[in-house]
Design a protein around this ligand. Structure first.
Ligand code: PMP
Length: 386
């Protein structure tokens, strides 16, 4: 029996992650090495998905694997804290200037923890977020109409249109004293991967301060774009950030960062926020993450962003509509499923919505091949039939 048939018997729809499903079913990955993934049919593709932007150095990077293996040899998880979480928190502090960190296992969990922190710190209930931005799968950050979401979820969430300063100002005027945090992704992938307008971001910071609300920036995807995260590029000082993906070196991870004051509700004491996580801050993830980030300093980030900018310019020249910034690109196509399969057959693995994320494992030849494949599918005069 094929892996596909076996999968459909034991997994609803044949896999665990809705976000990577493409009809009729996605191929199953067998092996990843650097920039290349081999699937269960033996087909090889250049990986521009990179596990939804998380594999900044591609697959099975020797130094990251070495760090993870060495950590694993000394034990993979403990009912005690380890020095490895201290080391990754110190690294994150040094590269962002954000004082304190708290780890978990995914971006979804980081956003949940961030919202809990904001409510606990301010004593307020309301969260403001923006329509079309993805922040994981918590009830508060998905559409209230989505099946399975608690009917009460929207009571404590205000969803505003993207990048609409008038709507934001009006909402803060009316509800500002009840707002615990405004949660923003400065370049929301699902909403089209367009960077926020700097003037809007400045006004947002002022409005939140004025109303005593916290400003929370979701950097789960955008952290890779700047040494301190995309907010640094804006010169923005958020009260809270959520991160994930690249900071785990390819292992499950999430984290929130903030000042000691904002994160004080987590200090164990009577009345404190209680938040566990059996595998949170496990030493394998921490060691892999620290190594991956150490190999991704300002020089490497600038180089990867430059390659992304070059690729975007080349694609635009060829008539392709492409958004994003630096190493993150989003191809805009009428039918994302068609796009996904057309690229895949031509040897490029993207995201199911047209997202492409570059890795340091890609060579100039890989980048040429990516440009050629995308141009063949979406460029001027492309043959969309394949
Ligand atoms: N926030 C943002 C901005 C994301 O893009 C994602 C996932 N792509 C998440 C949160 C959730 O992260 P995870 O999939 O690790 O739970």
């Amino acid at each position: 029996m094929s892996v596909v048939d076996r999968a459909r018997r034991v997994l609803p729809g044949g896999n665990t992650r809705t976000t990577l499903f493409v009809p009729p079913h996605p191929p199953y990955a067998v092996r990843g090495e650097g920039a290349i993934v081999t699937d269960h049919t033996g087909h090889q593709v250049i990986d521009c998905n990179n596990n939804y932007t998380s594999l900044i150095h591609g697959h099975a990077h020797p130094e990251i694997l070495g760090a993870a293996t060495e950590a694993a040899r000394s034990g993979t998880a403990f009912g005690l804290p380890t020095a490895s979480e201290v080391a990754l928190a110190e690294h994150l502090r040094d590269r962002t200037g954000i004082e304190q960190w708290r780890f978990c296992n995914s971006g979804t969990e980081a956003v949940l923890m961030l919202l809990r922190a904001a409510r606990a710190r301010t004593g307020r209930d309301l969260i403001v977020r923006f329509d079309g931005s993805y922040h994981g799968t918590g009830d508060a950050v998905v559409s209230p109409d989505a099946p399975g979401v608690a009917r009460s979820a929207p009571d404590s969430v205000l969803v505003l249109p993207q990048h609409d300063l008038e709507a934001l100002t009006a909402a803060m005027r009316e509800h500002g004293d009840r707002v615990a945090a405004v949660l923003i992704d400065l370049m929301p992938n699902r909403a089209g991967l367009n960077p926020a307008d700097p003037a809007y971001v400045t006004a947002l910071r002022e409005l939140t301060r004025q109303h005593g609300a916290l400003l929370a920036v979701d950097e789960v995807i955008t952290f890779r774009l700047h040494e301190g995260g995309l907010h640094k590029q804006y010169g923005l000082q958020p009260d809270l950030v959520s991160v994930g993906k690249v900071i785990g070196g390819g292992f499950p991870v999430g984290a929130i960062g903030g000042s000691a004051d904002v994160l004080s509700p987590f200090v164990p004491a009577p009345g404190a926020v209680s938040w566990g996580g059996t595998f949170s801050a496990n030493p394998v993830t921490m060691a892999a993450g620290l190594t991956a980030l150490s190999l991704f300093g300002s020089h490497e980030i600038a180089e990867l962003n430059r390659r992304g900018d070059q690729l975007r310019a080349r694609l635009r020249d060829a008539g392709v509509t492409v958004n994003g910034s630096g190493s993150l690109l989003r191809l805009m196509a009428p039918d994302p499923t068609d796009l996904w399969w057309n690229l895949y057959r031509r040897g490029v693995l993207g995201g199911t919505n047209g997202l492409l994320a570059l890795s340091t494992a890609m060579s100039p030849v890989h980048l040429d091949q990516i440009a050629d494949a995308v141009t063949a599918v979406l460029g001027r005069g492309a043959d969309h039939r394949v």
